[in-house]
Unconditional design. Sequence first.
Lengths: 186, 314
Amino acid sequence: MNQMTSNETMAEPTSTIRLSVNGRDHVLEVPDRKLLSDVLRQDLSLTGTHVGCEHGVCGACTVQLDGDPIRSCLIFAASAQDHEVTTVEGIGDDPENPSDVQQAFIDSHGLQCGFCTPGFITTIDAFVDENPDPTEEEAREAISGNLCRCTGYQNIVKAVHRTAELRAACGKQHSETDEEASEANR
Amino acid sequence: MKPSPLRIHRPKTIEEILELLSVHGTSGKIIAGGQSLVPVLNMRLAAPRNLIDITSAAGLDELEVVGDEIRVGALVSHRRLERDPATTSANPILADALRHVAHPAIRNRGTTVGSIAHADPNGEMPMILALTGGWVEVRSVRGARSLTTESLNVGPLETCLEPDELITSAVFPALRPGQRAGFDELARRSGDYGLAGVGMILSTDDNGVDRAGAEATITGLKAGFVSVTDIPDIIELDEFVAGTPLSQVSTILDDVISAIKGFIDPGGDIHASADYRRHLTGVIAGRLLKRLSRQRDGGGSPAGGSEMRQEGAR
């Protein structure tokens, strides 16, 4: 290998990317190889997204892409352009006013150390939208891609059901005011 | 656990993809969902200098049932295919197998065609394509060709695709009248690679014509495997099953299982010995064949698709 090619190999290709995260647009200059998880944490300081295994097994880095849960460690930030990214901060970022999923984790004691929690929050938030009244089996299947080493999962399964309860109650309140009863009960 | 430096290209049309592949094919890789490729890059098992990200290219996201064919474009995610009612009524084995592909969050991003191109013997969909007798459609700047799975799959994680070629779609044939199909798998944890998996298509003479209560007879059986063969090899088991009434399936079970156990070639590793995988494959195959024989309606033609065929799928 001559000097020229070895220099080429070492060069770090970068690109200017447009990323839409939690409803805000960002223009960033990042290395092409930079994973979405690292851009969220390092460039946007959204450190709620945790990085565990970095090969898609643990689920801690789960974010929503256009509303669907995906692994942010298995997608390049450049590839997330033209999509809407939602992190755990986009679901709820105020300790005084937690989202329904976050409240459900508090109510059900669904966390201990909290490392895996953001991945569960983003996963369950999307799942309950899709399945507002899950069976226990469905709840377990929904979180089967997220690892937790503290809780033993029982209280996380409870948190899925608690989220569904809270969201249904909230949906009912909405329906009384804006006639979306049939939508909310689906 | 970070990829080595690379350049990401984001072509907007199939033509642009093919142009890029003709230049960078040998030093690069196509990336779609990336759910197998990015872990490989993160662990630096591969270090391509160029990635051709096809996810923003137009014309690769078709998913439709046309006649007897389920046509799946290169950008169709596992999840979209799994949930597509027309696909499930044309051939329920796709959704049946897709539910075993990793986790929902991986299926949201991973593509079925990408899985076929990756050609992992632990992957479900390369085998399903082979079992159903499907093929892939391939393009490059040099032209287009169709490849059956037999010619596509050269070895574990190895296809006959040239560096400048792109799989634009995979085509899965629908079940024919009288056919039933299913898939099952055992893994150590939910979403892990299967220790062993089996897909089956059972053919009967029940072609939907009124048989005045007469019992259907088995006319054929074929099976394919996950994690216990190097490439998606399919075994034809007609000789063991043809002529047996559906209710008598227990009389042929042992023959079918022993033929399958002789056919497969599992390896042993830290998760399971070769013998254990062979044993598991036999157990899964036996259960699956019994399930298919009892199933009232195992899939079938798109014409019958409005019936509640999804009951077993969820």
